[in-house]
Design a protein around this ligand. Sequence first.
Ligand code: AMP
Length: 418
Amino acid sequence: MKYKIPRGTFDILPKDSASWQYVTSIFRKTASSYGYQEITTPIFEQSDLFERSSGESSDVVQKEMYRFEDRKGRSFALRPEGTAPVVRSYVENNLGVLSPRTKLYYIGPMFRYDRPQAGRYRQFYQYGIEFIGSDHPYYDAEVIALEMEFLKALGLQKFHLEINSVGCKSCSVDYETALKEYFRPHLPELCGDCQTRFEQKPRRLLDCKVPSCRQFRVQAPSQIDFLDAGCKEHFSSVQQYLQQMKIEYRINPAIVRGLDYYTNTAFEFIFEGLGAQNTLAGGGRYNYLIEQIGGKPTPAIGFAGGFERLLLALEEEGVALPVETKPTAYLICAGEAALAFAMPMLRDLRAAGIWVDYNADKTSFKAQMKASDQSGARFAIIIGEDELQEGFVTLKNLQSGEQLRLAPADLSGVLLKD
Ligand code: AMP
């Protein structure tokens, strides 16, 4: 019996782990510099949390959620997204009392029963931030700036930012009426899901992934033309702050986001070249969500991005991440006596954080030399007869061939400097 990994999931293999760690570390660093602290919530929650927050009719709840019952018949779901759990924790732990403006970030796996393809998986890793506690448009711009900073810090260039405003409850009414008027004559041409959306959530007609439905987006009425005075002002302030930070953006009225809780600012970071799955990150303001799941009405804004697409984008753009994939040094010993001499040194070098490899199965000097070349190490630490007798080590630069005679105690200093 051969086991196979579940469809739509993947192993992060050792050769790729360093890149994952690097990318997550840069996200943590960027989020910290904007004053965000990490929050970690369970990977499953009461399924009702997502039904209530995302909306019963959303694709996530209807088609994509991994729901299960525990032994007592309670209904849980593997989290399909990170915002609702973070907000649940914010409300449950009264985090807003500790700091009226709460800045949280998270990293972790999400689960959606989706059709797997490049950049779309059933278990995928998201990073995200949630800013809770102010409706000031400055924070919309700050949240956007954080993601921009993160992508730039990784060295990514071929991407752009698209923004929109989806208004508030009051300006949605006229807009949805206009949308329905626009779509009504096209109803027979729309997919089955869109026919339901037409009645329940006309705004989602703009979010459909089916190509024959997507063609109608271009001519559809724009929410921006239906914003009330307050929402208009908010949107123009966000743009002003972005301009002040010299952050370029495009306005895309078709960004509606898939979930029910978004208000005002919505945005996406698009990579120019990932095929259909080109949204690196997306988010927006969600002023109604906190009250929707039992907290006091509190304005908030956040975004989430996917690490898989980010790594694909970095690869496609040819960005070389500064990760160690090869050992710094390779130890070559002529026999057991040389190894005994090397052992304390090997331990000290590793304690100093230097990656040193040694192959105990290769006994001949020649075989060890060959293995050191194959390892891709930058240096060989050689302990032969002469070295053993006189108590020194030879450090050979495997690229230039240059050799240094060193006291064992000086080795780590030289390797760390290089
Ligand atoms: P969403 O939560 O749908 O707004 O998605 C935010 C980001 O998460 C997207 O821009 C993607 O980078 C990533 N993402 C969402 N769904 C998937 C998926 N099924 N597989 C891989 N990444 C995903």
